[in-house]
Design a protein around this ligand. Structure first.
Ligand code: PBG
Length: 328
């Protein structure tokens, strides 16, 4: 009997050996935890399709952030739900709105935390689209790019003023990264970091988020501004444009159906790359685990590791608590 010369199993024999040769790290401080903020006090409304997550008033959001901070999470991404919506989404730049209020409270409560604000109007518009609508002569309706960018500039400045370290435009309008950079610099916020959702696909995996943030489009879909899931060259173009316009970090969203895109982006750029492990990806694992079909902790760790392995430096995810339970 002749024995094999090469024995890769040799390096898998003990936990210490496996730890020594592990290629991908996964740490709590690589995660960004989203929070959904509403007005009021003591409000905690569970989101049915996202077990463990709730819409929270500022005081409850601060309590949640404190818990997560104690588990090692350093970064939080805020989404706001206004009391009243209108056609242009003016709640998105209300300095008294849930997001600016939460930013100030979190800044006081957790000075060491990194605070990020999502910049988009869809939670604030009656129609649920990510911008201001315009009607063409032929009667068709779409989102007016440049009019929307002006609104996003106002929001970004309001969030920066309230204490956001990072603003993250998720609207997919053309030219918004450059426009936001200019607006921030003009108002004295040249230190505010721009994390652009550079590559955001028109995805079915956002389903639960639309319940969480009450932002389902009331007509049509987002295919006129979000990307076609079939395209990757277009993703590279979006990333190049955003970096040229001044993005400090770029994001790919969703994560799991787009690991190849994350890898391509990572290989092409020298800025940090983030991936958004979205609401539907979270819901899938929780639904299967609730049925006893998957071991939640195990698949969460495996999933987040795969996103890091594909090339993401940063992962926006709802799984922070799930991961904390299994990170040894
Ligand atoms: C838009 C926005 C969306 C998400 C983040 N920002 C929803 C959408 O584009 O429909 C989705 C996040 C998720 O599914 O977890 N402001």
């Amino acid at each position: 009997m002749s024995f094999p010369v090469h024995r890769p199993r040799r390096l898998r024999r003990t936990p210490a050996l496996r730890a020594l040769v592990r290629e991908t790290s996964l740490r709590m401080d690589q995660l960004v935890a989203p929070l959904f903020v509403v007005s009021g006090h003591g409000v905690e409304r569970p989101i049915g399709s996202m077990p463990g997550h709730s819409q929270r008033s500022v005081d409850r959001a601060v309590a949640e952030a404190r818990d997560l901070f104690a588990l090692g999470v350093r970064s939080f991404l805020l989404f706001g739900l206004p009391d009243r919506k209108d056609d242009e989404g003016s709640g998105a730049w209300d300095p008294e709105g849930p997001v600016p209020t939460a930013l100030k409270a979190l800044r006081d409560a957790l000075p060491g935390a990194l605070l990020m604000a999502d910049v988009c109007v869809d939670e604030y518009t009656t129609h649920g689209h990510c911008g201001v609508l315009r009607t063409h002569r032929d009667g068709s309706v779409d989102v007016d790019n440049d009019a929307t960018v002006e609104r996003l500039q106002k929001s970004a400045v309001v969030y920066a003023r309230a204490g956001a370290d990072v603003v993250a435009p998720s609207d997919m309008m053309d030219g918004r990264v450059g426009a936001l950079r200019r607006a921030l610099d003009q108002e004295g916020f040249s230190e505010t970091v721009l994390l652009s959702y550079a590559v955001k696909y028109a995805s079915g995996f956002y389903g639960p988020f639309r319940e969480a943030a009450d932002c389902a489009p009331q007509f049509g879909d987002r295919a006129g501004y979000q990307m076609d899931p079939a395209n990757v060259r277009e993703a590279m173009k979006e990333v190049a444009l955003d970096i040229e316009e001044g993005a400090d970090m770029v994001m790919v969203k969703p994560a799991l159906a787009y690991l190849d895109v994350i890898a391509r982006v990572k290989a092409a750029v020298d800025v940090p790359v983030a991936a958004y492990n979205v609401s539907g990806e979270y819901a899938m694992l929780h639904a299967a685990a609730a049925n006893g079909w998957l071991d939640l902790g195990r698949v969460v760790k495996e999933t987040l590791t795969s996103i890091r392995r594909a090339g993401a430096d940063i992962i926006v995810t709802y799984h922070a608590r799930d991961l904390a339970g299994v990170l040894g």
